[in-house]
Design a protein around this ligand. Structure first.
Ligand SMILES: Cc1ncc(COP(=O)(O)O)c(C=O)c1O
Length: 414
């Protein structure tokens, strides 16, 4: 989908018809307006849901509005793609049925038997499972590195390295990768940045030298925990065509209803992210103050090793916080539980933070990655210890969130 206009993009236009006549919009305006302008037919303020698997043709292969069959493209999905491309300041975006479907598509294009990929040692568990178990079976090698150390990333690059996979902040340890430094070292390899944790509101990796940006739109872009989706964004027209080809060929496109929901969520991205960031900073500072907590991972803390890089490449520090529980064998730790037991008990004690996987929705969630989202890396070099809890800090009143964590910590071991 070409994103060369967001004011003249009636969804009845073909993807490539739009003109480039508008001044640049600021982010919050683009989030509300990008991807759709009230259509010429009825003036609907919201993007219509084109619940149509096929489109009438005026002659053999004469497409009336540029669309043929929804597995290969649809006006509602195209509106979502224009919006995401606009927010990532990119030329092209393709929406997918999930973040993993998007991951699978870009890896199919960039990797071949015998090629090599470098990825973070705390990458999202599902991404590792796909690269290790699925692509590994097809003869693709991988090296895991500390993605927060740009020199270690550069040292891991081999002559057959086709992809450097970056998540920043990472899931679940909130490690910050220096995108610009890695882009300078990448050589012929393609740099793919999973921007799910930051969202385009906080970080635009293509501006920093990435070749492709990936989103699990399930998270902050959708924003309401009511839809699963993904997206691939690039400025490379040839690569975008390959992405379109793979998506159409494998049928990994989202449903039009899901595309609509995601586009609707995007309208409030700017205000939600401001609140996520403010709440997460306060939650992180609160956790630091508690004796039951051994370590807090949040890039907004000055003590975080990636704080300076995050300050440079992000406009805020995000809504995700992770923390290790202290071991009760230490006499200064009041709960008296083992760190793993304390982590699990904390997740069961909270009320406002619901125990659930996923992240980026308006409601606060808490989980134990070792036993939940990152179960698939158990027994690998990526193993996450069981004393870690991950919090997706929502947009509720922060005093309620802190009071909830305080009561949950107070009740540990009782
Ligand atoms: C950082 C990151 N990337 C990708 C994914 C996969 O996205 P999805 O669940 O939409 O397939 C996730 C899911 O949690 C994630 O956290």
């Amino acid at each position: 989908m070409t994103n060369n206009d967001a004011t003249n993009n009636d969804v009845t236009q073909t993807p490539h018809e739009a003109s480039n006549s508008r001044p640049a919009r600021r982010f919050a305006t683009a989030a509300v307006r990008a991807g759709y302008t009230p259509d010429s037919l009825h003036g609907s303020i919201n993007m219509p849901i084109y619940a149509s698997s096929t489109f009438v043709q005026d002659g053999i292969n004469q497409l009336r509005g540029g669309f043929e069959y929804t597995r290969c493209g649809n006006p509602t999905i195209a509106g979502l793609e224009r919006a995401i491309a606009d927010l990532e300041r990119a030329a092209h975006c393709r929406a997918f049925s999930s973040g993993m479907a998007a991951t699978d598509a870009i890896l199919r294009i960039l990797l071949a038997p015998g090629s090599h990929i470098v990825m973070p040692n705390d990458v999202y568990g599902g991404t590792h499972r796909l690269i290790d178990a699925v692509f590994g079976a097809w003869g693709i090698e991988h090296t895991v590195v500390d993605i927060g150390d740009a020199d270690a990333v550069a040292a891991a690059i081999q002559p057959n390295t086709s992809v450097i996979w970056v998540e920043t902040p990472t899931n679940p340890l909130l490690t910050i990768a220096d995108i610009e430094a890695i882009a300078k070292a990448k050589g012929d390899a393609k740099l793919v940045v999973d921007n799910t944790f930051a969202s385009p509101y906080l970080q635009n990796p293509l501006d920093l030298g990435a070749d492709v940006v990936l989103h699990s739109t399930t998270k902050y872009l959708g924003g309401h925990s009511d839809v699963v989706g993904g997206a691939l964004i690039t400025n490379d027209a040839a690569l975008d065509e390959q992405i379109d080809f793979i998506r159409g060929g494998t049928g990994a496109i989202p449903s039009v209803f899901d595309a609509y929901l995601t586009a609707r969520g995007i309208k409030t991205l700017a205000v939600r992210m401001e609140r996520h960031c403010a709440n997460a900073q306060a939650v992180a500072e609160f956790l630091v103050s508690r004796p039951e907590i051994a370590e807090v991972y949040y890039p907004g803390l000055e003590s975080h090793r990636g704080h300076d890089v995050a300050k440079r490449q992000m406009s805020g520090f995000g809504g995700m916080v992770s923390a290790r529980l202290a071991d009760g064998a230490n006499p200064h730790v009041p709960h008296g539980l083992g760190a793993k037991e304390a982590a699990e008990a904390l997740c069961l004690n909270t009320v406002e933070f619901e125990l659930a996987e996923s992240l980026g929705g308006v409601e606060s969630l808490i989980e134990v990655p070792a036993g939940m989202t990152h179960q698939s890396v158990t027994g690998t070099t990526l193993e996450i210890t069981a004393d870690l809890v991950r919090l997706s800090v929502g947009i509720e009143d922060v005093d309620d969130l802190i009071a909830d964590l305080a009561q949950a910590l107070d009740r540990l071991g009782t």
